[in-house]
Write a protein that binds this ligand. Structure first.
Ligand code: SF4
Ligand code: SF4
Length: 437
């Protein structure tokens, strides 16, 4: 069978075997939940609860504070202890969080719609918004915005990113095996919202059991399950769209420019729970894995649970554990404390051992990074220009097209951290450009 793919990319050790056979465990709701108001891309939500207020599971505690923003809900039933500043791993600084002490079993506050099958496209979009659903692949972009592109963008295709191409992570794989009916129902709801007749589910060839299982239950031609080559970053939007449809998203463009919307496995399942079961987004699945973890696991945990609790559930850290990463090793963020709460976008916790290979410092012009780059860029040059603060030149070399996949840094024999330099250069360039307006 021909496997679909894209140009470039790398083959890091998959390491999926550590957790892929572990059935999903549901972690008890935490005794104390730390829920960031910045639990999505865009403006942090506006807090609508006070200290000492009783809240129910699913009750709104934050309302959107702008067009790109989202609702935030209590993940437990209890008392608001504090509205406090807590270290936010993505922002790299303390941010406002609602600290809730759980006092009883869940007493749910459900979303208030009825007869979901009779809801219009607009009403379904409102449910997705009210449920606080964001891109659960990690980007945390509000889903109700993504599912409502401007009128002049004609969408004809939905693609579900089921590649899960990051090493170690296996939660989407397990969800496709264990919650496949919810997944397929979620896809049908998203198709109704987008009013498209065709959707594709892109599964990497290292998840053959999930591919076969989905194919056996889909039961219609509207949803086609496609097998992708196992290669990193197969799940990046532009690479996925090209592999499945052959369409190329233009430089600086978005999937909607080629008539496509991409959604993640868990986002689609969350939409099913919101629309059908009337449950807002208060929990997510994630993988806790890596050579530094005693018992790698796939877990469903409430938003606001700390990394500590998840590591404990997975048998604790090994003595030789060196690096804890929120997410996978390619695009995740290394953290140096374990009391950090998980966000809606936390797809995993990866714990690695100390690296053994010697580290060189200088570029030896081997061009491995150029061959690996899925965007056809010259990463060594972007690194150089970024470090020399030649931002305009870096932009004309494609700086803004970099999808920050980390393939270049992974493959580099000199262990050069291109992504850190590129991310910083993008930020500075955008700030300078904003200042010039
Ligand atoms: S330059 Fe950007 S897109 Fe290319 S490999 Fe490096 S991180 Fe990925
Ligand atoms: S892979 Fe590393 S050493 Fe090789 S050209 Fe790229 S930056 Fe230089």
């Amino acid at each position: 069978m021909k496997l679909l793919t894209f140009r470039g990319g790398i083959h890091p050790p998959e390491k999926k075997e550590l957790a892929r056979e572990s059935q999903i465990i549901r972690l008890d709701p935490p005794k104390i939940a730390y829920v960031f108001l910045a639990n999505h891309a865009g403006a942090p939500a506006k807090c609508v609860v006070e200290e000492n207020q009783h809240v129910r599971t699913g009750q709104v505690i934050g309302e959107p504070a702008g067009f790109i923003s989202g609702y935030v809900h209590s993940p437990v039933t209890g008392i608001v202890k504090k509205i406090d500043k807590v270290y936010h791993p993505l922002q790299g600084k303390p941010m406002e969080a609602v600290v809730i002490e759980r006092t009883s079993e869940d007493d749910w506050e459900y979303l208030d719609h009825k007869d979901w099958e009779k809801l219009s496209r607009e009403e379904l979009l409102e449910v997705v918004k009210k449920a606080g659903i964001v891109g659960l692949g990690g980007a945390m972009f509000p889903t109700h915005v993504k599912l409502n592109p401007p009128k002049d963008k004609k969408i004809d295709t939905l693609i579900i990113n089921a590649a899960e191409c990051e090493p170690y992570l296996t939660i989407d794989h397990r969800l496709m095996l264990e919650k496949a009916e919810d997944f397929i129902e979620g896809i049908r709801i998203v198709m109704k919202i987008l009013q498209v007749q065709k959707s594709f589910v892109g599964v990497e060839s290292n998840k053959l059991d999930a591919y076969k299982h989905l194919k056996s239950i889909v039961g219609s031609e509207e949803i086609e399950v496609k097998l992708l080559k196992t290669k990193y970053p197969q799940g990046a939007e532009k690479q996925l769209i090209y592999a499945i449809t052959g369409r190329k998203v233009p430089v600086g463009g978005l999937p909607m420019d080629v008539g496509v919307v991409v959604q993640n496995v868990q986002t689609v399942i969350a939409i099913k729970h919101a629309v059908v079961d009337r449950k807002p987004l208060v929990e997510r699945g994630l993988t806790v894995s890596g050579e530094g973890i005693n018992k790698p696991a796939n877990v469903i945990a409430r938003i606001g649970t700390t990394v500590n609790q998840l590591i404990e559930l997975a048998g604790g850290l090994k003595e030789e554990a060196e690096r804890v990463i929120l997410g996978g090793p390619m695009t995740g963020i290394a953290i140096n404390r374990l009391d950090i709460p998980i966000l809606k976008g936390t797809s995993g916790i990866t714990v690695l051992l100390k690296e053994k290979q010697p580290v060189q410092k200088n570029c030896i012009r081997c061009t491995k990074c150029v061959v690996a780059c899925p965007m056809g860029l010259q990463p060594y040059l972007l690194y150089l220009l970024s470090n020399k603060r030649k931002y305009d030149e870096a932009v004309s070399e494609g700086l803004m097209s970099c999808i920050e996949c980390g393939a270049c840094a992974y493959i580099c024999p000199s262990k050069i951290d291109h992504v850190r330099a590129i991310k910083l250069a993008k930020k500075v360039y955008q700030a300078l450009r904003g200042g010039r307006k």
